[in-house]
Write a protein that binds this ligand. Structure first.
Ligand code: ZN
Length: 268
């Protein structure tokens, strides 16, 4: 088996918003083409719902030097739905988990807090993509690459992918059913197990699952980078698992959903 070895990076814990480049043929891509970004936990909740007004979003994006009127949000539903947008209104009131655009001025954005942000860029056709990939949505990167090839005539060898901060396999223990699903669908490397207090505990690696998918799509390892910070281990990042860990079981889901810090992931 040939090795699939992308490069990796880590985030500055003190940055309000972190920026990092796409990497193409092993070299960082010029800023004028596209740049990836993510807000930190310190920046506060970047939660987005169509029927809510979160003033913090505008404040943080503008502090990061981004014109807020160009930010394209999406209400996330842990699906594999990817939208093509040429204008901001194309996704108004829509729900899904992925955005693709060839319009340079638009800033497609999702939120994450353990789920994986996946950034895509076609260096030839200048199409950028922003995806939210949690466990249920794993596979959305393959769907997005497929749409890029069909709609924009992209070629997999020209596409760069960056995997942003997400819950690492260090913290992502799951039940046997979910472990079996990942092993079967996304290769045995997506699951590890250990015996703890006499019981088998399963850990899912969303990273290995998505590297497997990107490789299957024909994305070259020299065009892939990933972030090594685990959201659950890193207090400067928002983590659904860490931040809701001590809450009472009977707390209503809507209230619970406001007790962690969704971070905005976006492509400029
Ligand atoms: Zn961890």
């Amino acid at each position: 088996m040939t090795q699939y070895l992308p490069s990796f990076f880590s985030l500055d814990p003190n940055a309000l918003v972190s920026f990092f480049p796409f990497v193409f043929k092993g070299k960082p891509l010029g800023k004028e083409l596209a740049v990836c970004g993510i807000s930190s936990r310190t920046a506060g909740s970047m939660r987005f719902r169509w029927n809510e007004n979160n003033e913090n979003r505008k404040i943080v994006f503008e502090r990061a030097g981004i014109d807020f009127k160009n930010v394209v949000p999406l209400e996330l539903i842990h699906s594999k739905n990817v939208y093509i947008i040429e204008e901001k209104k194309d996704v108004f009131q829509k729900q899904g988990d992925g955005l693709l655009t060839a319009t340079h001025s638009l800033v497609p954005s999702v939120t994450v807090a353990d789920c994986m942000p996946i950034y895509l860029y076609d260096t030839e056709n200048h199409v950028k993509g922003m995806l939210h990939s949690g466990w249920k949505g794993t596979g959305i990167c393959a769907e997005a690459v497929h749409i890029m090839c069909e709609h924009y005539n992209s070629k997999p060898e020209n596409i760069c992918a960056v995997i942003g901060p997400h819950i690492g396999s260090c913290c992502y223990n799951v039940d046997k059913e979910r472990a079996d699903y990942f092993r079967l669908e996304f290769s045995p490397a997506a699951v590890s197990e250990s015996v703890e207090n006499g019981k088998t505990v399963y850990y899912v690696s969303l990273l290995n699952a998505n590297l497997f998918l990107l490789k299957q799509c024909g994305i070259l390892p020299e065009n892939v980078t990933y972030c090594t910070n685990c959201t659950c281990c890193s207090p400067f990042l928002g983590s659904h698992r860490r931040e809701t860990a001590g809450l009472p079981d009977n707390m209503p889901p809507e209230e619970r959903s406001k007790c962690f810090t969704p971070m905005a992931a976006f492509v400029i």
